[in-house]
Design a protein around this ligand. Sequence first.
Ligand code: FE2
Ligand code: FE2
Length: 494
Amino acid sequence: MEEEKQKEKRDYTESEKKTLAKIIEDLFIRFSSALRTAQIYEPNNLTFIRQVNLLFNLVQTILKNEGKAHFQFRANTLFFNTVRVKFDFLSYHNFKFLADIFKDKEIGTLGFEPGLSQTELTEFVTLFVDGEAAEENPYENFEAKVKEKGIKHIFLEKVHPSETVGGKEEEEFMQSAIKVFFKSITHLKEVVEREKQKKRVQLKTTRRLMQSIVNLISQNESFMVGLTNIKNYDEYTLNHSTNVCVLAVCFGRRLGFEKRELVDLGVSAFFHDIGKLAISKEILDKPGKLTDDEFKIMKTHPWHGAQKLATLKELSILPVSAINVAMEHHIWSNLEGAGYPKYWKKNYTDLFSRITKICDFFDAVTTQRPYRKKTATREEAVSWLLEKTGIEFDSLLLKVFANMIGVYPIGSLVVLDTAEWGIVTEVNPDMAYMTRPKVKIIADSIGNKIDGKIFDLTEKDPATDKFKKSIVKTLDPYEYDINVADYFITQGVQ
Ligand SMILES: [Fe+2]
Ligand SMILES: [Fe+2]
């Protein structure tokens, strides 16, 4: 136990962290590929043998360097050899795939141990994906089968009972929310590809996805906003467009829009940057400042976007507002100043455009980009927006948005007066309690990273009638290398 603690506290250097992350990712890919192959092929199939072989070799290398290779799920979080896994979303699907099997079989820990033979590994991989988990005592059943096969070098431990509690409905909601979120990113990628190849784009699917997003937001807005902490999962524009879309729908809901309008707003925000597809990656991802000529090209993306949308074959099911939003989302609300395109003849911009503009700015400045010197925290982004109220952004809308995001936006990293650290998971809807959101505790008062409970800061001590905990300051998650999105994603995975 002491030794475990020691390891947990071990400080990894930056390069060690990178190496470890790479090892975990490779192991994830190898393990899930072997499992997926085992689902399709018989154990004597060549493809299957090759996959197990690759996994076996990798496990051997890890065992040599690390001594063991243990995966452990603890309270919605995955650990690898006691180190919390900060998976980089590229491996999300593999992560989910493994997590589901762990959950079905009620496994808490699975470890590869020195002495493991290739035959044992082959047997285990086959068993692991073999059929449905038993309805009663799935863990005990599985463990018995492993023993029966004489597999001795794979460590198994049942999930701790306290880790399995939690509302089933809530968990299902989170899982479907995450699924829809990632599906939207993938769908936009497909739309882009099909548009390039001049094929029909599936706007019906877009609408269906937007309907799901609208439904999910009406069930749990906080969780959906939390998911917009996911950044750079795929190409920047794809992830960013999905975030802007989620934020815009939340915004529209607060403005009292009806469901159909919300779907239209979602579609419009989703496609706001579609014109960027016409801009080269060298310009889009240029680390430094753009030259005048490059900026001129960049500024053409609203035109390209509007044009692309207007010439879609499926135009009849595209809301007209989508074309407006693509065209107008960089125009300042006072119709003056540095916005673009310059030669705009209308004397107003569409309401959807003004909404998208705010969400666009908020998501953009809170995302790390090669050309941006400083990534804003979520609360900094709100104050940057407010500095431009009535000039670049519509002042009335901005009030609603600031209220929606809150003083401590969802995803903020905060320090409490108990010296604990937390991540804001839910904004308090009562204006009087704006400074008292719900926070998930992620570090205890002496700085140990923990997977703590979600605490409601409005909770008072009945004896003294004083608040039990309060926020004293916020921190920049980038500075402390904390990936806020992890906390939202892992909620729905176990
Ligand atoms: Fe844009
Ligand atoms: Fe944008």
